[in-house]
Design a protein around this ligand. Structure first.
Ligand code: F6R
Length: 617
């Protein structure tokens, strides 16, 4: 949540910072701000509203400095306003700070600072940070250090030691006008290396067009960034070296590439994303290969339980993962919402395998849930899309979806590539354990190889989907029904609809309907049914018939030949193995939400109240 950019070089910082903020807006978009060092002073421009608003502020182009920090905000403490926007300054205007994350003890720190004579302009937790830096710079042990650079870094370190919570922080000061000090804990921060210039960002795509060489800052690590140097320090300010990482993402992949919205682009990228996810992990007639994880038959035979832990869409991908693992590997598997799992003292021991799914790899609850399993000696595997992300650095093993950057807040290609990867993982475990018939696995592999071209078929026929969206976009409520993996994907369809169209929707296991929710079905209400499993065909049709009888308008997404029926709309999708059918049936649902949002004139890429990576609890 919230986006950070920084620049140190010889060019004017402002255009680079604004450009970075624009590509980071998916992390937060209720306010934006910038601070540069101009001779002996810090100049700050900020306001509520989107980055374009900042860009149009009078005087923004007069910021001449070539050292600057910038921020786009997703409000936690204090409503969106100019005062609450970052950067924040201390009372003496000597230190400017941008911050992602949450300072949990800010109220105590504020009280302490007020008792020392400091005053506050904003309601934010962040404003304590520049004032704490000032406090340490002017008082106590740090204040006697003679070298100004060392003194400033020590003041930042002491201030950070006072903080409880999560943070990625950039600090500038005219005391050391050629550097930016950065530090992180539980919130991502990367430094991009240029030639005679360096960049800082909370997400790689923000600066990908300037460099592919990155340093990934670790928790409790500090860096002092100048135009020619990046110097790293541990939490006690001992200097150390750090390897540089080359990120292969194509800078164009982080742009819209001619599509009206990132979400649409990412929906259409799914065939390519899935091909990349499959990569060389399997071929027909050969076993799946995972060089990146060492899971032996001896270990896997002892595993008594698997937890799949994630949030939101990633958790929905996990639901299909559970079905696959239980079916192919015969190991009991439970899917857990990370924010619940981390606090409910789950039964974990050394024979529990915990799999964490996170597109961004930065979701605070998922990371905390992973740390919990490690404390209890369970093996952990992270499935992520972002190389070097926090979760991949915490897990015992990490495997990547390779779906390319996902920028739209609503997750699409990440979901399908997560399901693909977990399906390959399930086949791999089954091959190790010899727990499934070889033919079953070979057939599944063949079906998986065909997925991209089947998705292309769906994407070539969007007219029915658009037509349906046009007819229902003014509705207030919708329901999704399915059985088995069709139920799993219904949950995802319903989430997508809520997120970007703001239409209230619920997803139910179709057989559960008559245990209560059917009371909500009345004349004209829209129900979307998903029917892809031959074995559940008749039962699913009966459930949809029950809502038709009560006056519902129905859309059925199916790969079956349905008896001549009373459904109002039918979207046909290609057949595949029911275990992986969500990868196909989710596509029309993504598009339905997309087109409804467009008909309503909404910003699909940046839905209200949401941000791309949820780095706060
Ligand atoms: C929904 C969506 C969210 C994320 C969730 C987890 O479209 O994007 O529900 O899936 O916040 O995010 P990651 O996968 O980054 O951990």
């Amino acid at each position: 949540m919230c986006g950070i950019v920084g620049y140190v070089g010889s060019k004017k910082a402002t255009p680079i910072l604004i450009d970075g903020l624009l590509s980071l807006e998916y992390r937060g978009y209720d306010s934006a701000g910038i601070a540069t060092i101009e001779k002996d002073v810090i100049k700050v421009m900020k306001d509520k509203g989107r980055v374009n608003n900042l860009y149009n502020l009078e005087g923004i182009n007069d910021l001449e400095g070539s050292v600057g920090i910038a921020h786009t905000r997703w409000a936690t403490h204090g409503r969106p306003s100019k005062e609450n926007s970052h950067p924040h300054m201390d009372n003496s205007n000597t230190f400017a700070v941008v911050h992602n994350g949450i300072i949990e003890n800010y109220a105590d720190l504020k009280e302490f600072l007020i008792s020392k004579g400091y005053s506050f302009i904003s309601q934010t937790d962040t404003e304590v940070i520049p004032n704490l830096i000032h406090y340490h710079y002017s008082n106590g042990p740090v204040s006697v250090i003679k070298d100004i650079k060392e003194k400033l870094l020590s003041a930042v370190k002491n201030a950070v030691q006072d903080l409880k919570g999560s943070y990625a922080i950039e600090v500038i000061s005219p005391l050391c006008p050629e550097e930016i000090i950065v530090v992180r804990k539980d919130s991502p921060l990367v430094i991009g290396k240029g030639s005679n210039e360096n960049y800082i960002a909370s997400d790689i795509p923000a600066i990908l067009k300037y460099t592919k060489d990155f340093y990934l800052l670790d928790d409790n690590e500090f860096a002092v960034v100048t135009k020619n140097t990046v110097t790293f320090f541990d939490s006690s300010l001992q200097e150390h070296n750090k390897p540089i990482k080359n990120i292969e993402w194509d800078a164009n992949a982080a742009g819209k590439d001619g599509y009206e919205d990132y979400m649409l682009k990412e929906i259409f990228e799914q065939p390519t994303a899935i091909r990349e996810t499959i990569g060389s992990r399997f071929r027909l007639g050969e076993k799946c290969s995972f060089d990146d994880i060492e899971i032996s038959k001896e270990y896997l035979s002892k595993v008594n339980k698997i937890y799949i832990v994630a949030c939101g869409t990633a958790m929905h991908a996990g639901l299909t993962g559970k079905t696959l693992i239980e079916k192919l590997c015969k190991i009991p598997t439970t899917v857990e919402v990370a924010s619940e799992f981390r606090y409910r003292d789950p039964l974990i021991d050394e024979n529990t395998l915990c799999i964490y799914i996170s597109q961004s790899g930065e979701t605070a609850d998922t990371i905390a849930a992973l740390k919990l399993a490690k404390q209890k000696n369970a093996k952990t595997i992270a499935i992520s899309n972002v190389i070097g992300s926090s979760i991949t650095r915490e897990a015992d093993y990490s495997i990547y979806t390779h779906a390319g950057p996902e920028i739209a807040v609503a997750s699409t290609k990440a979901y399908t590539s997560q399901v693909v990867l977990i399906a390959i993982l399930a086949m791999h475990f089954a091959e190790i354990l010899d727990s499934s018939n070889k033919e079953v696995i070979e057939n599944l592999k063949a079906d998986m190889i065909d997925l991209p071209s089947k998705i292309e078929q769906i994407l070539d026929n969007t007219e029915v989907i658009k037509d349906f969206a046009k007819k229902v976009y003014t509705e207030k409520d919708m329901f999704f029904l399915g059985r088995g993996t069709d139920y799993n994907v219904s949950l995802e369809g319903s989430l997508k609809l809520k997120e970007i169209t703001y239409i209230h929707s619920e997803a139910y296991a179709a057989g559960e309907l008559k245990h209560g929710p059917i009371a909500l079905i009345e004349n004209g209400v829209t129900v979307i049914g998903i029917i892809t499993d031959d074995k559940l065909l008749e039962k699913s049709i009966s459930n949809i018939q029950e809502v038709i009888t009560r006056g519902a308008k129905t859309l059925v997404i199916t790969n079956q030949i349905l008896p001549n029926s009373h459904f109002d709309f039918i979207i046909n999708i290609p057949k595949t193995n029911p275990l992986i059918s969500p990868i196909l049936s989710v596509i029309p649902m993504q598009l339905i939400s997309y087109y409804i949002a467009k008909f309503k004139g909404l910003d699909v890429d940046k839905p209200r109240n949401l941000a791309k990576s949820v780095t706060v609890e």
